[in-house]
Design a protein around this ligand. Structure first.
Ligand code: OSB
Ligand code: MG
Length: 377
């Protein structure tokens, strides 16, 4: 599949409601989109999940844009390469996995679309219906949080994840548990704590959380193993897992019993499939995380979530929870029992609303192959 051009666009998309984690509050997304085109003009779309600042990870919109423009796009454009090998082509660049994933996932959309197969089946997905949970940010008051949980449960979502941070933790978890004794409940700390907080987590054990997500440092797997030995709630790693090697190390070290897989964080579909395999072989359940994606990233998440190892409800939910109007059609919707049915159309399986993307675009750049330079990778 020769890649003829790679287009970068930055769009701005205001969230319906701010989203707050232990590392900060987001009100409007800045999203880098990638459109790859082959010689016949067939397109594939990908989304970069880097945030507005280097707070979730060290990548952010500006680092992704300049790395894509100066290094990654030139490594891929003009090459005749299969989607599964695109990540390898970008190997000379260390890190920058969210930027890499934007190109890599776009190539999977293009390749599966050309093959006339839905992306999820092309990836090897097996589940024609995926389970959905929601991630609910830190709110201005506990009452607002309880109302939001009530609303999401009545929409059918199967699992509630609440964000925690010092000062918004044991009391909040206690109140939520008292109001919703049977709900599948998770707490996500986004690396806000240290091993000095072991007593807090031992207290949280009584609330029967399904898991505790990323309590300690974003790069750590050693201290998480120590914490896991001292608490009964399963630890789920998010930030610390960048590759299938990281997943193997963390699981074999006992740092977690569950893993949250994010396409951007691991560098795209090929690496996500390797993480899925490592975890499936070790009977470690996994689920698909979210990064407040627009419809394009969301559609890629849906496709990935159909792989056999994704056995727990993910953070992939309806477009309408985030955006007044999405950039794909139809927008992502959830069934009354909290599931998403992956589309049967080829590729991503949603219509890309290019006119809307145009109207949201604040900058654009196209990297083209020289006619003479199309070569086999
Ligand atoms: O830790 O899972 C996280 C959003 C931004 C950065 C990190 C995280 C999140 C979420 C939101 O939890 C999930 C979503 O609804 O997209
Ligand atoms: Mg998380």
């Amino acid at each position: 599949m020769p890649i003829f051009s790679i287009e970068l666009r930055e769009i701005r998309l205001p969230l319906i409601h701010f989203f707050e984690t232990s590392f900060g509050r987001t009100t409007e997304r800045r999203i880098v989109l990638v459109r790859v085109t082959d010689q016949d003009g067939v397109e594939g779309w990908g989304e970069c999940t880097a945030g507005e600042g280097p707070f979730y990870s060290d990548e952010w919109v500006e680092s992704a844009w300049s790395t894509l423009e100066e290094f990654l796009a030139p490594m891929v454009v003009g090459r005749d390469v299969a989607a599964k090998d695109v990540f390898g082509l970008m190997k000379p660049v260390r890190g920058h996995r969210m930027a890499k994933a934007a190109i890599e996932t776009a190539c999977w959309d293009l390749e599966s679309g050309r093959a006339g197969v839905p992306l999820w089946k092309y990836l090897g997905g097996v589940n024609g219906e995926i389970s959905c949970g929601v991630s609910i940010g830190i709110q201005n008051t506990p009452e607002i949080l309880l109302e939001k949980i009530e609303k999401e449960l009545s929409s059918g979502y199967q699992r509630i994840k609440i964000k925690i941070k010092p000062g918004w933790d044991r009391n909040i978890v206690k109140q939520v548990r008292e109001h919703f004794p049977d709900v599948l409940l998770t707490g996500d700390a986004n690396s806000a704590y240290t091993l000095a907080d072991v007593p807090l987590f031992q207290e949280l054990d009584q609330f029967n959380l399904m898991m505790l997500e990323q309590p300690l440092s974003h790069e750590d797997i050693f201290d998480h193993a120590e914490l896991q030995r001292q608490i009964s709630t399963p630890i789920c790693l998010d930030e610390s897992i960048h590759s299938s090697e990281d997943a193997r190390h963390a699981v074999d070290l006992g740092s977690c019993r569950i893993i949250n897989v994010k396409l951007g964080r691991v560098g795209g579909h090929a690496e996500a499939k390797r993480v899925e395999q490592v975890c499936r072989e070790r009977s470690i359940p996994i689920w698909c995380g979210g990064m407040l994606e627009s419809g394009i990233g969301r559609a890629h998440n849906i496709a990935m979530s159909t792989l056999a190892g994704f056995t727990l409800p993910g953070d992939v939910s309806a477009s309408g929870r985030y955006w007044k109007e999405d950039i794909i059609e139809p927008s992502v919707t959830v069934t009354p029992h909290g599931t998403i049915i992956p589309p049967e159309r080829p590729g991503l399986g949603f219509e890309i609303n290019v006119a809307r993307i145009e109207s949201l675009t604040v900058r654009q750049e196209v990297i083209r192959a020289k006619a003479s330079s199309l070569s086999r990778a």
